[in-house]
Design a protein around this ligand. Structure first.
Ligand code: PLP
Length: 410
């Protein structure tokens, strides 16, 4: 649709669960001139984004920034902490969990994937009791790391990471806890230190509202200790050189200068106390998710995530009725209304679509997205039980965003 010399009129509605729409403030920050990454100004920028990301991860320990997509940070977490042939326990919540498992296997790890039968794991969050049972059975402590996805972007399920931490503790198992919060961070509540996570992995193009291109590892002291003995080969991903130079705000190789301008702006926006700081961010996305779920319920369609407590504040996966190809509905919506929705991934291809409510949203951008969905579903011949648009409007009207906009005259 979009070529270099053609763009449809009006704004494109980018409602896929990442990349999310980049706010103008961030685009303007990115447009500043590129500076010398070894020059005197850069160190201040480097220090500022590293400190900002510690606040976003809610950690006092180091954060590493890579010029790479989230997949690179997945690999970095494993190669810095593990050795060839190490056993790792992973949990299949959906497509992204399976991709991380594949990556671990390719690195030469003995990656074990805990999965519920019949694809049930793709409809729920991590069942921490299963992890606890598996770890209790591992009396010889062969398992060196437990890897889970915080927000499974392929299904719309957010897992209880605190419960996974408790499972490790209950089993008195020394494995490291590695968590992918690539789409969770800065939209769903996430606490690296308080939840005892050893490596948290994230990326720029989801809750952080940046274009794709940078990703993160947040570390724990135990992860750093593990990295001193870990044997998997690493150079580009190695934490030691990064941390050494990061101390003065610099990087061992050329960082994405302009994206870091954007990251500084994103941290300012997310941490701004006038809009409630991180707690405000989490509350806003919870409320938007409730509005979208009210719409899906009114349409009479099924949610991909059937476990109420795990339904994601980041995105909502909507199952289309039998016989309706979700991708055809998505294509129609894109063509008619210039609205992009997320496709069904892996085993869910054609069975469902995903509505993103991460990053830079407000009630009206979401209402527009829901209007596009409703019109498209009807045009595709899907019989809807009722109007999701009306249900979401009613939900947003009845549940005002606390302190949303400063009112003039008060
Ligand atoms: C987006 C995403 C990834 C992959 O990140 P890339 O930036 O595409 O490499 C991995 N895990 C989750 C949960 C994601 O949402």
């Amino acid at each position: 649709m979009l070529t270099l010399d053609f763009h449809p009129s009006g704004r494109h509605f980018l409602q896929i669960p990442g990349p999310s729409p980049v706010p103008d403030r961030i685009l303007r920050a990115i447009s500043l001139p590129t500076i010398d990454h070894r020059g005197p100004e850069f160190g201040a920028l480097g220090k500022r984004v590293l400190a900002g990301m510690q606040q976003v991860f809610q950690t006092e320990h180091p954060v590493v920034i890579y010029p790479a997509s989230g997949t690179g940070a997945w690999e970095a977490a494993l190669v810095n902490t593990l050795s060839r042939g190490d056993r790792v326990l992973m949990y299949e919540t959906g497509h992204f969990a399976s991709l991380w498992h594949k990556l671990a296997t390719r690195l030469g790890l003995e990656a074990e994937l805990l999965a519920l039968p019949g694809g049930e794991g793709w409809r729920k969050g991590v069942q921490a009791t299963l992890i606890e049972e598996r770890l209790k059975a591992d009396t010889g402590h062969a398992i060196k790391a437990v890897c889970v996805v915080h927000n499974e972007t392929s299904t719309g399920a957010t897992s209880d990471i605190e419960a996974v931490r408790r499972a490790l503790d209950a089993a008195r198992h020394p494995a490291l806890l590695l968590v992918d919060t690539i789409s969770g961070l800065a939209a769903a509540d996430y606490r690296h230190d308080a939840w005892g996570v050893d490596v948290s992995i994230s990326g720029s193009q989801k809750g952080l509202m940046l274009p794709p291109g940078i990703s993160f590892n947040a570390l724990s002291p135990r992860a750093l200790q593990a990295s001193r003995v870990a044997q998997l080969p690493r150079s580009f991903w190695a934490w030691d050189e990064m941390l050494e130079l990061n101390a003065s705000g610099y990087f061992p190789y050329t960082p994405t200068t302009n994206l870091l301008y954007g990251l500084a702006e994103a941290c300012d926006m997310l941490l701004d106390r006038r809009t409630g700081g991180l707690e405000g961010v989490f509350a806003r996305h919870r409320r938007w998710a409730e509005g979208v779920r009210a719409a899906v319920e009114a349409w009479g369609l099924e949610l991909q995530c059937t476990e109420a407590a795990s339904q994601s504040p980041v995105l909502t996966g909507v199952v289309t009725p039998p016989g309706v190809d979700a991708d055809q509905v998505r294509h129609l919506i894109h063509q008619r209304f210039d609205l992009s929705l997320g496709t069904g991934l892996g085993r869910l291809k054609g069975r469902m679509f995903r509505i993103g409510h991460l990053g830079d949203c407000n009630d009206l951008t979401l209402m527009a997205a829901l209007c596009g969905c409703e019109m498209g579903l009807k045009l595709a011949g899907v019989r809807l039980a009722g109007s999701g648009v009306i249900a979401a409007m009613a939900h947003f009207a009845a549940h005002p965003q606390p302190g949303a906009l400063p009112c003039s005259g008060t």
